[in-house]
Ligand binder design. Sequence first.
Ligand code: MSK
Length: 634
Amino acid sequence: MAKLSDLIRPEDITTCDSTQQMIHKARKDGVELFFDRAESMRPCPIGNESACCKHCSMGPCRLNTKDPYSRVGICGATIDTIVARNFGRMVAAGTAAHTDHGMAMLDLFRGVVEGTVKDFEIKDPIKLREVAESLDIPTEDRTTLEIAKDLYKALELTYTQVDGEIPLVKRVPAKTLETWRQEGIVPRGAMREIMEMMHRTAMGVDQDYENITKQISRTALADGWGGSMVSTDISDILFGTPSPVEVEVDMGVLKEDHVNIIVHGHEPILLEAMIVSAGSPSLKQMAVDAGAKGINLVGMCCSGLDVLSRHGIPHAGNFSSTEAVLVSGAVDAMTVDIQCIKQDLAKVCECYETVFITTNYRAKIEGAMHVEMDEHNPLECTDEIIIKAISRYKHRNKAIQIPRRKAKGIHGFSHEYIKYMLGGSFRSGYEPLNENIINGRIRGAAGVVGCTNPRSKQDFSHVELVKELIKNDILVVQTGCSQMALAKAGLTTPGAAALAGPGLAEVCETVGIPPVLGLGACVDNSRILMILAEMVKTGGLGEAIADLPVAGCAPEWMSEKAIAIGQYFVASGVFTVFGHTFPITKGTKFEKHLFEELAGKGFGKWGFASDPIEMARLMIAHIDRKRKDLGIDK
Ligand code: MSK
């Protein structure tokens, strides 16, 4: 008898043509993918609305999502306490992920500054000076190393500061910062905020959803304006600030006659070291001796987006395609570091005899080979990965079927580059961003970001939402798996301006940019915060981020990191819409607080819609309201 999942057409699961082909092949090969499990495992309806509390052994207590005030937990916790606690713990986990990633970058920076790490260096001293100056660190008549030492100390406070404000909040527009001060939510070091969030959501501590929400915002801000921002800045300083580059994406970037190595995860160091190893003459020769034409390094997920932006390394696809790409049989090795790595990859790799290698001590996977990356000697790890991949190439004995699709696009739009491209300032110069928003050629700006999710047709909402936004003259900036959805759909080319409304199309054609600007990995949402701060600083669009005609959306989100990101945008002043599901109980006071009341306090607010056109409608209506408030609606 056919399995339930076999009855669902791949065309109904994903709009990614390559992934569809691989699902067909996987079914023929008898290999189970996460799409199949999503069909056979339905979500728990109580957990889905976060109405379950399991923070102590008196429970777990399950409340009634249809009638949320009809009962309370054994301790008396109300539905509002329970959903706020659960939401707070998601934000704490997401913040921990980004800030620990940032901490790893800071460790590497310390090693470079102290001279113990020899294989990496400060590649972008201009960015180093700019970051230092933004934190009031003197730069005049000082060497790069002197500035770097002071910068390290300042950025360490992003994690360790026990009292007072972290240095990076100097970048926050004054009125936005004033709102935070009034609410008592200016972040201290991330370690303190995450610790306090976990404490306050333990049994018998904070049982007032409004008070819990304050700590939720404070924790999330320690991510966006803290850990994530550190990660982006240090990556730029050490590996170079991205600038526009043309790149090929989709599974067609695999090459049958090459040793194909996929790097997947989040920390740029692994792929940066892989690039060096893959360029080594002796390893190239080893590949040729094994019968290959060369070594083909390919990125996936956010690791891939980092090096796509900086080096133009091809990218095979987003989160939902990481198993599917293995089904091609053409991947000789998949190597991973941290975050968004499905445990199932080990099993799928086994089915296709692909070498699966973990590299980070924090993320080992049962069944995977572990070759640890030591930042003091990174090439030892990456050379070994390449040797293992070559050996698999030599002994390939599985049928290979590589999807042919690939698309070219322009990526690598850092906030510095957007500023430069639009006339050196967001206002003065030639027809820059603020001016074009004020004169109405551009209606507003939107960030469309985040994951894909097997419970939502892959890429569909990302692409349809973005098409609708640009059609309505809204400039779109992107990060993460969303960026890859649009890249595969061909919207990251200047030619995509043909799909934009007349005003946005004119701006794109004049400047020579696509209407959809890819900024990088999910941690690089901090670049969007910097764009927002710059728009306020430039003038003409209000005094706080909450005044700007902008909105954000994660239409197919799945990770706790996405919730932390959403909350830091809301707390910064941005209307933020999530799609497909939202982890709170409907009809509660907590829902009203997040979706309505926060806006009245000078923050942004949350929104929700399942349909991408409805998401666009909500975002456009918000942008139009802000234009009206600013007196620039015509
Ligand atoms: S990888 S967090 S699925 S964007 Fe950053 Fe993609 Fe979401 Fe992971």
